[in-house]
Design a binder for this molecule. Structure first.
Ligand SMILES: Cc1cc2nc3c(=O)[nH]c(=O)nc-3n(C[C@H](O)[C@H](O)[C@H](O)COP(=O)(O)OP(=O)(O)OC[C@H]3O[C@@H](n4cnc5c(N)ncnc54)[C@H](O)[C@@H]3O)c2cc1C
Length: 272
């Protein structure tokens, strides 16, 4: 355990971790062929913090056929449910609606399966959210890159940016129909790349980033996606472009062939 994680753990123990909320689905639909949008609403969202778009959260997935009451009781100290990490795509305080977008990558992932069957009245557990991944915009230009799992954090970051921001945004999606409408500042040069099989390692984002005519000045990044792609890009930014660590948000969001718990273990081991 690193010093930072020991301190974080001690702080959590001291103040107590807030209990997870049990959220209820208001609506769910395929936003694009491979992305499911789930909107939650209800009294459990009272007091939900604003300005956390792009922050992450932990979702607890009920077992198939589990009742809401049984699941809520289980969250209070019973057998821990499957837990997965997602992003707050939007929270509308006026209507009390929370939006989370799920990649539809098949039924072998409990979260993907849950989302593909979600309908009004369904429920899951929610803990968080964290602060946004890019809380301040102070750069001369921005580099944003995302595979489908990271479109929510990339989109939230782009939507929060000053409207005169400049830079480059690269999205890699499964099909042309998976492109989304995002409110992106006009000075951001947007590229949509198509990678039909997300389980085949892709070089396209890195190739494009390496080919950029790197603008002068301070750059801030918001880059996330499959861990193999991220590992290579992290090295490029740190050693070849000397991007300051504090200006770099770059994170592996999943890994080909690993379920999230295994992927998290690998990440912790790599972080030391
Ligand atoms: C900070 C953070 C924020 C995230 N935000 C989001 C978000 O908003 N939306 C989102 O969809 N994902 C997001 N992710 C990624 C998500 O946590 C993983 O994709 C997770 O593995 C999904 O859980 P699951 O139960 O569906 O699949 P798991 O049970 O974890 O995995 C089952 C199988 O599916 C594969 N798999 C997992 N994810 C994908 C994928 N995206 N595409 C193709 N195959 C996959 C695995 O390699 C494994 O073989 C985020 C991750 C992090 C760390």
């Amino acid at each position: 355990m690193t010093l930072l994680s020991k301190v974080t753990q001690a702080a959590r123990n001291a103040i107590g971790r807030p209990s997870p909320r049990v959220l209820t689905v208001k609506d769910a639909w395929f936003l694009t062929p491979n992305m499911i949008r789930v909107v939650f609403a209800g009294p459990e969202l009272a007091g939900f913090p604003t300005g956390r778009e792009g922050g992450n959260c932990k979702l607890m997935i009920p077992d198939i056929g589990e009742t809401k009451e049984g699941f809520a009781a289980r969250l209070q100290g019973g057998l821990p449910p499957v837990k997965r990490t997602y992003t707050v795509r939007k929270f509308d305080a006026a209507t009390g609606r929370l939006t989370i977008d799920f990649v539809a990558h098949g039924d072998n992932g409990p979260a993907s399966r849950w989302a593909s069957q979600a309908k009004p009245g369904d429920f899951l557990g929610f803990a968080g959210p964290s602060a946004p991944k890019v809380p301040h915009f102070e750069a001369d230009w921005y580099l944003i890159a995302a595979d489908p799992s990271a479109i929510p954090v990339a989109a939230a970051t782009l939507e929060a940016m000053p409207r005169d921001a400049e830079g480059v945004a690269i999205f890699e999606v499964t099909s042309p129909e998976d492109r989304q409408n995002i409110d992106i500042p006009g000075g951001i040069d947007v590229h949509w790349l198509i990678q039909p099989d997300p389980h085949v390692p892709s070089q396209a984002q890195e190739d494009l980033i390496r080919s950029l005519n790197w603008p002068a000045g301070r750059v801030q990044t918001c880059i996330a996606g499959e861990s193999g792609v991220i590992r290579s890009l992290r090295g490029f930014l740190a050693t070849e472009k000397n991007v300051a660590r504090g200006d770099t948000y770059i994170s592996g969001y999943w890994k080909i062939g690993l379920v999230e718990d295994e992927h998290q273990k690998v990440k912790r081991a790599e972080a030391g």
